[in-house]
Design a protein around this ligand. Structure first.
Ligand SMILES: [Zn+2]
Length: 350
């Protein structure tokens, strides 16, 4: 099956699963037990699937992606999306946990973050800058919105939690695989003295899930190819939770006016994957522009999504043509709007 068909089939399968009764109940059950709304700000790197590595049901964590996990709350489109998310959480009477992440590989620096030229310190600092910006915007006297910094070590998908007062104070899940809930709770309290009780309990759930996932990763072992880049899909826009295919797609926000630069970076990474033979030439490369719509099909909100997907497609293809021309012979594309309630990707007329 060609890549485009594979991805469409993947969406159909994931959408059916997302809508299935037991999945809906699992999500609702998790939400009622863990009411804190969680947003994760992360790199576009295709290996970072926060829901998977914390064993959290799909659709619970709100992801935001950009090159290197670098964001600025002054960016116009990010501000708009963030405001929508915060309004939603407030309408539900829920508090917020904001996780600013960076990533690295402990076995090979080249497998680290390309968005920061494999400089982990720089990537980590960017995450701290973002967390501080969240504090400036949302305030810190009452931690109803609590930003924290978390590293992701991609060899084992282990989380490294940084203290809110002392960033050098860390809890690396890979070094605490035998800790009990009570012990983890104690460490979290040390890291986050000002964290609200419920937020801490909901963060604990993520740590316990990650502990389980890391043990599982060690048990099965992973091949080096799976640790390095092997992405062949350039996904642009929002609503890609259904992809759930580690190391397959680079996902671009796009949240600021320089988003075509991120498209170029993604294009270069995928071209390198092709030239190094990490991905098969015959399958090609897929450009996947998507808008996310919470509105019904055919409404003006939906139609705005259609126009957005068209715009993303046009600019993405123009950018790749100009800046990464060697990639063009391999590029196929399919654009669409993701229906938020069902996660069904509705293709635009080609
Ligand atoms: Zn990265």
């Amino acid at each position: 099956m060609e890549l485009r068909q594979q991805i469409i089939a993947r969406n159909e399968e994931q959408s059916a699963l997302f809508c299935e009764a037991s999945e809906r109940l699992a999500r609702a059950g998790f939400r009622s037990q863990h009411p804190t709304e969680i947003a994760v700000f992360k790199c576009m790197d295709g290996r970072l699937d926060f829901a998977r590595i914390t064993m959290t049901p799909n659709g619970v964590i709100q992801p935001f992606r950009n090159v290197g996990g670098t964001f600025n709350l002054g960016w116009p489109f990010l501000g708009e999306v963030l405001r929508g998310w915060v309004d939603y959480t407030v309408s539900r009477g829920r508090n917020r946990l904001i996780i600013a992440t960076y990533h690295y590989s402990s076995s090979n620096p080249d497998w680290g973050c390309k968005g920061h030229n494999h400089d982990t310190k720089k990537a980590c600092n960017a995450a701290h800058d973002l967390a501080r910006q969240f504090e400036d915007v949302f305030g810190a006297s009452t931690r109803v919105t609590h930003p924290i910094v978390v590293g992701i070590e991609t060899d084992e998908d282990a989380l490294i939690l940084h203290g809110e007062r002392d960033p050098e104070l860390v809890y690396n899940v890979a070094q605490h695989l035998g800790d009990t809930d009570k012990e983890i709770r104690g460490f979290l309290r040390e890291l986050y003295p000002s964290m609200l009780e419920q937020t801490l309990e909901d963060l604990l759930q993520l740590v316990v899930g990650n502990q389980f996932h890391v043990r599982e990763t060690r048990r099965i072992g992973r091949k080096p190819i799976e640790l390095d880049h092997a992405e062949r899909v350039i996904a642009v826009g929002r609503g890609f939770d259904w992809l759930h295919m580690p190391n397959t797609a680079l996902i671009i926000g796009p949240y600021d006016h320089k988003w075509p630069d991120a498209v170029e970076t993604a294009g270069q990474i995928v071209l390198k994957n092709l030239t190094l033979g990490r991905i098969p030439e015959r399958d090609g490369v897929l450009v996947l522009p998507s808008a996310l719509s919470h509105d019904p099909v055919g409404s003006f909100g939906w139609n705005l999504g259609v126009e957005k997907a068209r715009y993303l497609e046009r600019v993405t293809l123009e950018t790749l043509k100009e800046r990464v021309p060697d990639l063009m012979p391999y590029v196929r594309h399919c654009s669409g709007v993701l229906e938020a309630d069902t996660r069904r990707f509705h293709l635009l007329d080609q």
